[in-house]
Structure formats: structure tokens, C-alpha cells
Write a protein that binds this ligand. Structure first.
Ligand code: GLY
Ligand code: MN
Ligand code: MN
Length: 436
């Protein structure tokens, strides 16, 4: 990664942090990377997941017991954990594109951090377990976190570069996954092909990969990874929702494939078109929930064209019928976390704007602004539990159930891209990666 780009990024962050710390009455911020958690009645650890507010400052995602200490107006200090340890890998002292921006102290023991920390006019961000009695300051103060979360919605050019690169890695892996599907691989084998092409392990993925064949495409967060191969005659559809990581930033991409030509292949192609229309609707000033409503209209149109519903798209949206087939939100903020923070926040100081009552799972109730990064991920599924609720409801008569039965074996379709909103254009970093 480009050193200058990071340097400018950190300059922007320091300005933001200076202002936020002053607003909240603090001089110093102590940010803890976290520590590994041991499994119950065991001596093995869960995979380490870094505090997102730590990786927001320094692109280190795999080193517990480390700290960023930021005092207003001063060069940030990084306490980098380097124990003498013959059991585990110990990372080298950082010497890379970001390291000149930090005053680096190496820690050989976790407790050595205490001599550098201060509680005076200080706030602590992290999980406090095991740090009782340390000089940390106020723990995770809400007004401070709210402002930091709010600021994270506006990405710097460095962050955009990381997100582009994460997309390039993920797209390479999506291509390998499609090839494996066409060769008849099992879900488990497809996932291996994905990880190999991404060059990243399972614990580096920003979320559990969703790799579903046939009916499994209808399980929104299906991460089971069946090891059985299906006979060629039984291969119908494949939905994969999987990302990649670049310096702590996430890709979150979904593609759906039909094994053969026919009605489901046509549905995938039609959804692909609708998805791109929705991406084009990401404009500064538009309320994201309005785009979500538009998505429901498009789902209604698809349902009508397929002959699944007897009513118009408008009436299917108004009655709530489309919600059976698209129960999740159109998309969300993307960044250091796959569902990046602040999607329901009403102002920098805090406060929540809930999503519209009829769409409780929508993760974004904000108005779109420049430099924000979103996913757009419309879907249309045949989900057993929701269909049986519908069958028992007053809307049952508005559905051609034979059509539902014909499509149920395909599970469903979702197409998901990652998009940067600029003041004068949108940049679909997923489609761009496919074109490279
Ligand atoms: N992969 C989870 C999501 O798309 O939100
Ligand atoms: Mn996804
Ligand atoms: Mn997503």
C-alpha cells in the first residue's frame, strides 16, 4: 500500500480525533487491540478478532495485547506486543508503509503497557476484562464512541484503496468458486477453492462464507459447508456470499449462478439488471430506505414476471407480500466491519433512527452522502418457513403456488456489489474488479 496515501489518511484521522476528543473533554485515548479468548473448559483459543477501533488507527489485525495511545496533537504511540514465546508466532517489529507514523514501543509482557498508559483526562476503548486496576480512564464512553462511529462512515482515499483491493481479491476468489461449482465440487470444496484463490484463511474472512447449492441458497446465512458432491443431474443453482480482507477492510460480495439455461438463469440475469439499477440510485441526498422501497418494487416486478404472484408489483409491496421473498435489507455500510457501524445513527452526537417499521432488518436508515461506501444486495428467495407463514395468511390467494413449488428447488438469488459514493458519481468497485 502507498505510504503517502496512508500518511494523508492518518493526518485526516488525527484531525478528526483531535476534534472529537476536545468535544468529549479528553486529552488521551487508550485503544486496546484485545486479547485472545480461551474456550470453555479448554486450553485452546477462539480465533483472535481485533477491536475495530484499534484497526481503525493502525492496520494491524492479528496482534493481541497491543495498544494505540493517542494524545491530542501528538504523534500516536503504538505499543506493539512482541513476547519471547517459543509456542507461537511472534510478528517482527513493524517496518512498513504505516510504521513511520507511530512512535513504536515493543512490549515483551502485556502488563508492561501500564507504564505508558494514563487515566488522566483519558478514555479507554476496548474490552476491559483482565485490565482491572490499570490506568485507563473512562471505559468506552458513549458520546465518544458515537462520534467515532459517525466519522467512520466517511472514507478517506486510503480506505477506498483498501476496499478496492479487498474487492479485487474477493472477485478472483469468486471466479475460482464459480469454476469449482461448474466442475461439480461440493460446498466444502468450493469454499476451499475460494480461500485458496483469495490467499486468505477462514479466520481472515470478514464473515463466515455463505456457499449454498440448490435449496441452501434460501438460507440467508448458510455456513454449513456440506462435504457431499451432488450428481450432475441434481446441480441447479449456486449462491456464494463471501468477502476478503485488505488491511482490516472488508469486501462483501454475492453472486448467484444457474447450472443450466432456463427460468432460474433468466431470474438471475433479471436480478443482475435490477441490482445495477439500484446501484445507480445511490446518490448523495437520497434516503437509503427509499432505495430499499424501490428494491421491493423491483422484487414485485420480478415476482409478477415469473408468474409467482397474481397481483401488481405495487399491490405486492403495499400488502407486504414482497417481504416473504426478500426479507432482508437492501444493504449496509461497509468498511472495517462488514456491517459497518453507524447505519442507524441520527447525528454525530448519537441517537438512533430506526429503519421503517415494515422493514426491521434494514441496516441503513441514513441519507446517502459522498465518500460513504455501501453494499447493494437485492435478493429473491423461496424460504420454507416464510412461505408456510404466507400460506396460512390472507395473502395466500395472491400466489401461484405451483410456480413457487417449481422454483423452490433453486433456493434463491442474491447479487451484491460494493459501491463508493462520490459527490458526482458512483464507483462500483465490485464490477470494476470483474472487468480487470
Ligand atoms: N454477508 C452478509 C451480508 O451480506 O450482509
Ligand atoms: Mn454479503
Ligand atoms: Mn452485505
Amino acid at each position: 500500500m502507498d505510504k503517502k496515501l496512508y500518511s494523508e489518511h492518518l493526518a485526516t484521522l488525527r484531525n478528526r480525533y483531535d476534534e472529537i476528543l476536545e468535544q468529549c473533554g479528553y486529552e488521551t485515548l487508550n485503544v486496546f487491540s484485545g486479547k485472545s479468548k480461551v474456550q470453555f473448559l479448554d486450553d485452546n483459543y477462539y480465533p483472535f478478532r481485533v477491536n475495530p477501533q484499534f484497526k481503525a488507527l493502525v492496520p494491524v489485525t492479528d496482534n493481541p495485547h497491543s495498544w494505540v495511545i493517542y494524545t491530542r496533537g501528538k504523534k500516536p504511540k503504538l505499543l506493539f506486543y512482541r513476547p519471547v514465546d517459543f509456542w507461537h508466532y511472534v510478528p517482527p517489529a513493524p517496518q512498513t508503509f504505516w510504521s513511520d507514523e507511530y512512535e513504536i514501543e515493543l512490549l515483551s509482557k502485556p502488563a508492561d503497557a501500564q507504564q505508558f498508559l494514563t487515566a488522566e483526562r483519558a478514555a479507554f476503548i476496548g474490552e476491559p476484562e483482565g485490565l482491572q486496576g490499570w490506568p485507563l480512564g473512562d471505559h468506552n464512553p458513549e458520546p465518544l464512541l458515537a462520534r467515532l462511529h459517525w466519522a467512520r462512515a466517511y472514507k478517506t482515499p486510503y480506505e477506498m484503496a483498501c476496499l478496492r483491493q479487498a474487492n479485487q481479491l474477493a472477485v478472483r476468489a469468486h471466479r475460482a468458486a464459480e469454476a469449482a461449482f461448474r466442475e461439480g465440487a461440493s460446498e466444502f470444496e468450493i469454499n476451499l477453492a475460494y480461500l485458496k484463490a483469495a490467499g486468505q484463511g477462514e479466520s481472515q474472512m470478514p464473515y463466515g462464507n455463505i456457499v449454498g447449492l440448490n435449496e441452501h441458497a434460501a438460507i440467508l446465512h448458510y455456513t454449513h459447508l456440506n462435504t457431499a458432491r451432488l450428481p450432475e443431474t441434481e446441480l441447479r443453482s449456486f449462491l456464494i456470499d463471501a468477502g476478503a480482507d485488505c488491511h482490516g477492510y472488508c469486501a462483501d460480495i454475492t453472486r448467484t449462478y444457474a447450472y443450466r439455461d432456463g427460468e432460474f438463469a433468466e431470474l438471475v440475469a433479471a436480478m443482475d439488471e435490477k441490482e445495477q439499477e439500484l446501484v445507480a440510485g445511490l446518490k448523495p441526498g437520497v434516503a437509503y430506505p427509499d432505495l430499499h422501497r424501490e428494491c421491493h418494487h423491483k422484487v414485485g416486478q420480478l415476482l409478477q414476471q415469473l408468474g409467482v404472484i397474481k397481483t401488481s408489483a405495487e399491490s405486492a409491496v403495499a400488502s407486504g407480500l414482497t417481504r416473504t421473498f426478500m426479507p432482508h435489507g437492501l444493504g449496509h455500510f461497509l468498511g472495517l466491519q462488514v456491517h459497518d457501524v453507524g447505519g442507524h445513527q441520527s447525528a454525530a452526537e448519537g441517537g438512533i433512527t430506526p429503519p421503517p417499521q415494515e422493514y426491521p432488518f434494514l441496516r441503513t436508515s441514513r441519507t446517502i452522502e459522498a465518500n460513504q461506501v455501501f453494499t447493494i444486495e437485492p435478493g429473491l428467495y423461496f424460504i420454507d418457513s416464510l412461505l408456510s407463514e404466507l400460506k396460512d395468511s390472507a395473502l395466500a390467494s395472491e400466489v401461484h403456488w405451483d410456480k413457487v413449488e417449481a422454483l423452490r428447488p433453486y433456493g434463491g438469488v442474491r447479487i451484491e456489489d460494493n459501491v463508493i459514493v462520490h459527490s458526482d458519481r458512483i464507483e462500483n468497485i465490485t464490477r470494476d474488479a470483474y472487468e480487470q
